[in-house]
Every structure is written in structure tokens, then in C-alpha cells.
Design a protein around this ligand. Sequence first.
Ligand code: AMP
Length: 219
Amino acid sequence: MIIVFLGPPGAGKGTQCKMLVDRYNMLHISSGDILRRHRKEGTELGQKAQSYMDAGDLVPDDLIVAMMIEEMKKIGQGGGFILDGFPRTIGQARELDAALEKEGKSVDVALCLEVDDSKLEERITGRRSCSVCGKAYHIQFNPPRQKNQCDNGCGPLVQRPDDTEDVVRNRIKTYHDQTAPLVAYYQNKGNLQSINGDVGIEQVRESLFEVLDKIVPAR
Ligand code: AMP
């Protein structure tokens, strides 16, 4: 089972993916997380990706496709994958299809989490996470008990460098220009499922379960 998870930055893909892997026997592969790991480790790829990420632009297709195919091979198949943040361009989607086809596989479903632009900026710029354990917060919607401190008592909260106002605006524009065309791409293939992401986390989760329960066995 191979699921592609589409949606603008701040739609809640990461949050929902964590709940989906708990319910279904699948692995969550986030291209953004992998790139951040490369940057932290100072790899050549991490260094090449840095300026694009900090500006809210897309990292070139050739780098991303090679990275994702390598990652999928490395972690093996298990019950399947949820691809979060990949593909992000038509070129990446074609390359993914070609790589899967070589193994007699294909994308089974493309989920698209739809959220109005007006909500995205507020959702993203308020995001914080613990610098030690990574626990996620939002200064307005999910604040820590003590300002800027993780509830687990481990460390101060930090903001992702690309979650600042200017960069967020560019990330949203980049989504519309380069990633939104994927909605039509998967619709034409007949495997698009759109979900309203403009409601609460629990409601979105229920809608996703409703769609996926029909096609993926729960654990
Ligand atoms: P994300 O965590 O998914 O918001 O990704 C953070 C940043 O990583 C993006 O703004 C891009 O610069 C880069 N990135 C992540 N996934 C991709 C992708 N599939 N193609 C190109 N760039 C990507």
C-alpha cells in the first residue's frame, strides 16, 4: 500500500500521519524530516538543500527523487508507506511512478488535505517544538503550560527557521505554483481523495479513517 499525502504547508499532514501510522501498519516517510536530518548531520545533500529550504523554495527534483528512492529502499516495505511532502512537483510524481512501476507497484491513493490559505499562516507561524524531545506545540492552539518550556521539562521551545512570516508566504505560494497541479494529476489517475482540513484535528482524523478503513486493514 502506497499513500501520497498532499496539502499545503500547515494543513496538518505531519500531525495526521502520526495518527495514521498508529492505526495502520505503515511507515511515515516525510521528505522535510529527512532533509532536516541531513542538515543536522551536515551531509552534502543537507548543505545543498539548506538555501532552498531557508527561503521556502523547493529543493531541486533530482536531489529529492534520489533521496526518497534511496530512503524507500533502505527502510524496506513493511505494510506500506505514507509519503508526506513527496512528490511536490509533477516531475517528482512522474519519477515516483516510474520507480514504482519497475517493481510492479503504484500509488494506491493520494490524500489531499484542503485548508484555506487564510488559516495557514496563523497555523504555521505559531508552531513551536521542544529543542530536546521534539514535542510539538502551538502558541495559541496548543500552548505549553509554562511559556516557551516543554511540558516534559526537557528544554526550551524553538521555531523552525522556515516557519517565519516571510518564508511561510513563499512556501504557500510555492505550494500553489508547483504542488497544487498534483491534485489534477492524481484525479486523472482516479486515486485522489480530498479531505476537509479546515476543521479540528479529531474531525480530520475521523474523515481520514473513514476513507482509509475501506482500503487499508487496521492493525
Ligand atoms: P516540509 O517539512 O515538508 O514543510 O519541508 C520543508 C522544506 O523542505 C520545504 O519548504 C522544501 O524546501 C524542502 N522539501 C521538502 N520536501 C520536498 C520535495 N518533495 N521537493 C522539494 N523540496 C522539498
